[in-house]
Design a protein around this ligand. Structure first.
Ligand code: COA
Length: 444
């Protein structure tokens, strides 16, 4: 079988920015370092008044289609992954296709469209679906468009408010990809959990601390499942992009992952000379004593040169965009992949043939881990991105403006405010149709 993977990627950030240490922290009466050092965040992206999950997704997709010289007939499948959908029946992908049909000759009438839901892991699941569709020989030579788009807004004054974000990632899944090839091997960790949910409501109900525990537990389970199928030596992977609700979460997941993947390796013996071997449960009388020993070991492991240099090389570069945008839910792990590849391009590093270990997670809850192999065209793809410029051009909200923007996007309020930025060469939410559907138009 030919290789299948991500051929191209495009990112669209919401056009507004909330500076967390400068603007949000003082208004909340918080120490700015809770955000910069604790959570690892500098800013959140927000949608302007004319932006939503459809415009951001369609704008990312258009940029991708233009850059790759694609027309609608080249696309056999459009899947949108989101946890911010505003309709329980009509999928967001139909709206996105409707937008794109305004600007391209031809249409997507023979493309299979859908919407994937499983909290933040559904972007990865949509890639999987596309992979399977192509690998099964059902694509008729066409590619799949996968769009992960979210407005990750939380209720005002809730703990999650610090980690908000908005943006879209569009990815083209195809044979002989330019960016990364996907592997067959996958590890899953999945269980019925109630850590984060939206039972028919716009803003999530979140048990924040528990959601962090569930993230780690499911990730551990997925890694265990993956280990049965593939190698996981720390030196096997150039980068490990994680689902990044906020970088502080990845700091915890990275340490836990490292502890596991160094087991029974040359590195474990090296580290053991410094801090002793990892505690093994069977050596302890009860669970509590074992957990205490693990905690001590983790605190020491975090300080070792081996761990620090692995973290700095493999994890830290995945976090740079996330620090500036906050949580994009379904798009977040895909933003982490791009951050890493951008860092490699900037450092002039040759990456073709190297592997990434990609760790996705969705509350509710499921983690999925798979490996990817970087392809020869990766650098050209990554250098074509305009995300840095987009981030620089965001409108910097003051706190009062932020409050208005939050209200304007609250489905239960009827708040009209002027846009902060001027749309140009993009799709915008233009109004409402006769059946209360959202309508969109392209602004030249
Ligand atoms: N300087 C440095 N660090 C500071 C600090 C300061 N002044 N103040 C707080 N911190 C650290 C805390 O120690 C903590 O780090 P730790 O977890 O390593 O101990 C971190 O900053 C966050 O502070 P905390 O008080 O725990 O924040 P919080 O109670 O407001 O909630 C979340 C944090 C993540 C629970 C909350 O933002 C949330 O609910 N987010 C949405 C859910 C989510 O994203 N879950 C993740 C899994 S998907």
């Amino acid at each position: 079988m030919t290789t299948v993977g991500i051929d191209a990627v495009e990112i669209w950030t919401g056009k507004l920015k909330l500076d967390l240490p400068e603007t949000f922290a003082p208004a909340q009466g918080d120490d700015p370092e809770k955000y910069t050092k604790g959570l690892g965040l500098e800013a959140s992206s927000f949608p302007d008044t004319y932006e939503d999950i459809v415009t951001m997704g369609a704008n990312a997709a258009k940029r991708l289609m233009d850059r790759k010289g694609l027309v609608p007939d080249d696309i056999g499948r459009i899947d949108v992954a989101t946890e911010s959908a505003f309709d329980n029946s009509k999928p967001v992908s139909t709206y996105v296709a409707g937008c794109l049909e305004q600007v391209y000759d031809g249409d997507f009438h023979h493309a299979n469209k859908g919407e994937r839901k499983f909290a933040c892991v559904s972007g990865t699941q949509s890639i999987d679906d596309a992979y399977n569709w192509i690998a099964a020989g059902r694509s008729r030579g066409r590619a799949a468009l996968v769009i992960a788009t979210d407005t990750a807004l939380y209720a005002r004054d809730s703990s999650g408010e610090a980690t908000q974000g908005a943006g879209a990632v569009a990815m083209l899944i195809d044979e002989e990809p330019d960016l990364v090839a996907l592997s067959h091997e996958q590890g899953y960790g999945s269980a019925d959990e109630t850590d984060f949910l939206k039972p028919q409501q716009q803003f999530p109900s979140v048990d924040g601390k528990r959601s962090m525990q569930v993230y780690l537990a499911r990730m551990r389970e997925a890694l265990q499942d993956f280990e049965g199928q593939d190698t996981t030596h720390p030196d096997d992977f150039a980068y490990v992009p994680f689902h990044t609700p906020f970088p502080g979460m990845v700091r915890k997941a990275g340490l836990l992952g490292y502890r596991r993947i160094v087991r029974n390796t040359d590195l474990e013996s090296e580290i053991a000379e410094e801090i002793g071997r990892q505690p093994r449960e069977e050596a302890y009388e009860d669970r509590e004593a074992y957990e205490e020993a693990i905690q001590t070991h983790m605190d020491e492991l975090k300080q070792t040169d081996q761990y620090r240099s692995w973290y700095d090389a493999t994890i830290e570069p995945t976090l740079s965009i996330s620090r500036q945008v906050g949580n994009w839910y379904t798009g977040s792990v895909h933003v982490a992949r791009v951050s890493a590849l951008q860092a490699a391009a900037e450092a002039g590093r040759g990456l073709s043939g190297e592997r990434l270990l990609v760790a996705s997670y969705g509350s509710g809850a499921q983690a999925e881990i798979h490996a990817e192999t970087v392809q020869d065209g990766w650098k050209e793809e990554i250098e074509a991105l305009t995300i840095d410029e987009q981030l620089r051009r965001r409108y910097d909200l003051d706190f009062e403006e932020y409050e208005h923007v939050h209200d304007a996007h609250n489905h239960d309020l009827d708040t009209e405010i002027e846009a902060f930025t001027q749309p140009s060469g993009e799709f915008v939410h233009a109004g409402w149709g006769r059946m209360n559907e959202r309508t969109y138009e392209y602004v030249e």
